[in-house]
Design a protein around this ligand. Structure first.
Ligand code: ZN
Length: 179
């Protein structure tokens, strides 16, 4: 369970489109993709990108990643509460571990590569990790939602402070990630 302060921290890190999508859940816990498109005013393409980001933050889950997880439901409730706590400054260790365990195994090589090399272009990551640029883009949304990487306009990938911390932690003691 992600703690309330870390949920609010994750929400603050979301980009505008993803936040718009999250707010489209306010009235309904399990809308269809079509309903999300209608409620958010985003294109289906942007809805899918935003859902990947929310999945990275552990807020949605399920086969097609558009059902709010218990964490996501609690965040929606928190956002409609007037006296909610201040967001945390960064993810606490327990929440960071939970977020890391929710990520698919495929994203770990990206974290490891960025821990070693500090920054990489799309082409460098595609070449080093033998992954398609389509998949890399998908993983980047997950990792951004988790607050672990930044990707700038020139498609340069870097770890955030939290990502660097997790990367170093994993080098020392790999997380037992469920398959
Ligand atoms: Zn926490």
């Amino acid at each position: 369970m992600i703690c309330n302060r870390c949920l609010l921290y994750l929400e603050r890190g979301l980009d505008k489109k993803t936040r718009t999508l999250l707010y489209a859940y306010r009235d309904k816990e399990e809308p269809s993709i079509r309903a999300l498109v209608a409620h958010s005013g985003l294109s289906q393409y942007h809805v899918r990108e935003a859902l990947m980001t929310l999945r990275g933050a552990g807020l949605v889950w399920g086969d097609y990643f558009y059902t709010l997880s218990p964490n996501g439901q609690r965040l929606i409730e928190l956002l409609s509460t007037a006296d909610r706590p201040e967001p945390s400054e960064s993810l606490c260790n327990d929440c960071l571990r939970e977020i890391a365990e929710l990520l698919p195994n495929d994203v770990y090589p990206i974290l490891a590569e960025l821990t070693r090399k500090h920054y990489r272009t799309t082409q460098q990551l595609v070449a080093a990790l033998n992954v398609s640029s389509y998949k890399l883009r998908e993983y980047a949304f997950l990792l951004r939602g988790a607050g672990l990487i930044r990707v700038d306009r020139n498609r340069i990938y870097r770890l955030t402070g939290t990502g660097r911390y997790l990367g170093l932690m994993l080098q020392q003691q790999p997380v037992a990630v469920p398959a």
